[in-house]
Design a protein around this ligand. Sequence first.
Ligand SMILES: Cc1cc2nc3c(=O)[nH]c(=O)nc-3n(C[C@H](O)[C@H](O)[C@H](O)COP(=O)(O)OP(=O)(O)OC[C@H]3O[C@@H](n4cnc5c(N)ncnc54)[C@H](O)[C@@H]3O)c2cc1C
Length: 465
Amino acid sequence: MNTECFIEPSRQLPVIATDVFIAGAGTSGFIAAIAAARNGANVVLVEKLPVPGGTLTNGGIGFNAYYSQETKEGPHSRRIVGGLPYELTQRLEKTGFSTGFTFLEDDHYHIPYRFMADHEAFKAVASEMLMESGVRVLLQTFLANVVYEGKTIKAAIIENKDGRCAVVAKQYIDATGDGDIARIMGLQQLDLWQDYDKVCGGPTGLVFGMAGIDYEKAVRENAGAFRVLSKKSASDADHLSMERYTLAHAMNPSRYPGLNSLDINYFTSFQGLHKGEATYINNSKAPKIDAVKTEDYSLAELTMRSRIMKIAIALRKEVPGFEQAYLNWASVQLGVRASRITLCDHMMSQQEISDATRFDDEIGLYAFHDFAPKHEELFTVPPGFYGLPYRMLLPVGADNLFMTGRSVTFDINAHMSTRNTVCCMIMGQGAGTAAALCARKDIPSRNLNYSELRDALVNGCVILD
Ligand SMILES: Cc1cc2nc3c(=O)[nH]c(=O)nc-3n(C[C@H](O)[C@H](O)[C@H](O)COP(=O)(O)OP(=O)(O)OC[C@H]3O[C@@H](n4cnc5c(N)ncnc54)[C@H](O)[C@@H]3O)c2cc1C
């Protein structure tokens, strides 16, 4: 970065006045916007990409998860997530482009019912929900700056084809995943990406898909290396299949030399929603980068575009059953699991997750843990779920800003739970609802009466008991 300074001339900007401003229409942001609008707020939502959905559209792949963990001691798993995240599944199910809630026997995450959908159907349904809600959506629009005085944000400066503009709101939600608003305000942030490097090979990944696969042949002719993890073929026309396979290419270096020469995960995992399709391939370990450094991110993105093609070529060449397979999609942008984490009034810890801790200001309940199958002690004790407190959304040093999604929770093990898509959506509904109530009363986020928030959440079908 050049150290010389250039002074940008000041200029007058057009103003959009609103109640709630949200940066990022990703997994948590689009839900936050709908929740705020349904609670009576005027909402402006900006997104730098041309589609809503963020990492759920571009790599998140699974809707993890809506049910509590099965525990040896019982009680049995039950659905603990309602509200907008659940409404989304019901709408997706109606389209016929989802698996519905599918029972997975002996699931190693101990969550028996799982849900998946086609990425294109998800984009369509998310778009419909946004249009119905009356949220003012500005796509291909970048949050460029915020103007603040002390702990209070006065305006968000956005930029798009129309030029630069100031959005003057009462409440702001940072749903950028990277904590962009918090960074501009100079709030305390911590880097989590190095921890991801240590525990799972890096914070980024580019999810892609292939079609034209003969799975029966792959299982038959790859002698033990290509395994079925679970297989629930579609039982009726209204649902898609949920078939999961894994290829242990690293354990067979002489058999799969091309795949092993690529810097990819130890196993390649495939999830098929359609016959002969690996709808989601999530093995593409990406270069170890700090994803908020644009030049590093750009190089990683370019590297991964090239690498997924090389993976596809190696699969075709080396894996019986893949001879006719071809790349049929890749996510629009390199996915990021963790970057800057913003310090909030409460930072969830793994201990709280393991202990099934409940709080007196909950915005939702959650259970799924990505790491627990490998580290049993990370599973939650009975009843198999934990609470998410309102305080985890409130950044230290800001009075009218909420954080959501993967940009909260610094404990790497706890983040392996809270960063998952459904948890991000729960936070989105909590933040959007609270922002609307605070805007209505024109009060700082910490002055919101919890019983009022709780009533609004319950009204929005959020499960809190
Ligand atoms: C490769 C990969 C695989 C994963 N697999 C799973 C899985 O199987 N199951 C699961 O539950 N979770 C999975 N996750 C995790 C999960 O998808 C994410 O943690 C979650 O979707 C993050 O949601 P979010 O709302 O915090 O951020 P995002 O969904 O990333 O949304 C942030 C949005 O903000 C926008 N934005 C950023 N900066 C700006 C700006 N300055 N101006 C305007 N817009 C901006 C972005 O474009 C984006 O749309 C995966 C993640 C990755 C990377």
